[in-house]
Design a protein around this ligand. Structure first.
Ligand code: IPE
Ligand code: IPE
Ligand code: MG
Length: 243
């Protein structure tokens, strides 16, 4: 089905928040005899397709894992490519996202990023801050443990300054000190590329999220595949520990 027709096929009761581990770019490329980075490049088109679909289907928040704190351990050329790819993607698509009312926020540590990458991120966030459509969170230089460490540090600093008593720290309070403060927890986590693991993504926020894992590599995952995942989500019975 064409993207245009698919966008009209809004699934019933869509999740409020979808999170995606966009994995399998390297394997997609190798299968075609291409360098790994060709897979990352093709993956941008998948993201554009999924963002459009989420907007059309009334999903409130889409969080995508684009670069983990562990991904610094990859060959330097690949890391550099991924930094540039984020910049290029913003150069190419930020005006379109803005015109479509998408609010873009990048979550993850800002320290250690090239200055030009930080500049692109800040521009995208500033430009789209007032938008009221889909909220797109891009996890970049993100790690769930690093996020928790930073959140706990911020809490400790407030305690040390006498602004907060340790007894007042509850789940809501810790949530409010994470990079996802103010956003609902994901209802659905999609992982492409077939691995059955979380890889340090949203460790706190995924407590009761439904998991959907597909063997499809990220560059082949488009609105059509997202639609399929949402249909599967509709069949899930969420119990949140109750009966
Ligand atoms: C995911 O694809 C993208 C990033 C982690 C940046 P990979 O590059 O991990 O692709 P595979 O898993 O090696 O196929
Ligand atoms: C997870 O994929 C990170 C991103 C998609 C950005 P990885 O490819 O880095 O995860 P592992 O190494 O298979 O756990
Ligand atoms: Mg991978």
């Amino acid at each position: 089905m064409k993207q245009k027709d698919l966008l009209l096929k809004k699934p019933e009761n869509p999740p409020r928040h979808v999170a995606i581990i966009m994995d399998g770019n390297g394997r997609w490329a190798l299968k075609r005899g291409l360098p790994r980075v060709a897979g990352h490049k093709a993956g941008v088109d998948s993201l554009v397709s999924c963002v459009e679909a989420c907007s059309a289907w009334g999903i409130e928040v889409l969080t995508v894992y684009a670069f983990s704190t562990e991904n610094w351990g990859r060959p330097r050329d690949e890391v550099t490519f991924l930094m540039h790819l984020l910049e290029e993607a913003f150069d190419r698509y930020i005006d379109r996202l803005h015109a479509n009312g998408v609010m873009v926020r990048v979550i993850g540590r800002r320290t250690g990023l090239p200055e030009s990458t930080t500049r692109h991120i800040e521009h995208a966030e500033r430009l789209t801050a007032g938008n009221t459509g889909l909220r797109l969170l891009i996890a970049f230089n993100y790690g769930g443990r690093a996020e928790l460490v930073d959140g706990v540090k911020a809490l400790c600093a407030r305690v040390a300054r006498g602004e907060l008593s340790p007894e007042a720290i509850d789940e809501e309070c810790l949530s409010a000190h994470l990079t996802t403060a103010g956003f609902p927890d994901p209802d659905l986590l999609i992982r492409t590329g077939g691995e059955f693991r979380i890889s340090n993504f949203l460790l706190w926020q995924l407590a009761y999220t439904e998991l959907y894992i597909t063997d499809v590599f990220w560059p082949d995952f488009r609105a059509q595949q997202l639609h399929q995942a949402l249909m599967e989500f509709q069949k899930r019975q969420r119990r949140f520990g109750k009966v």
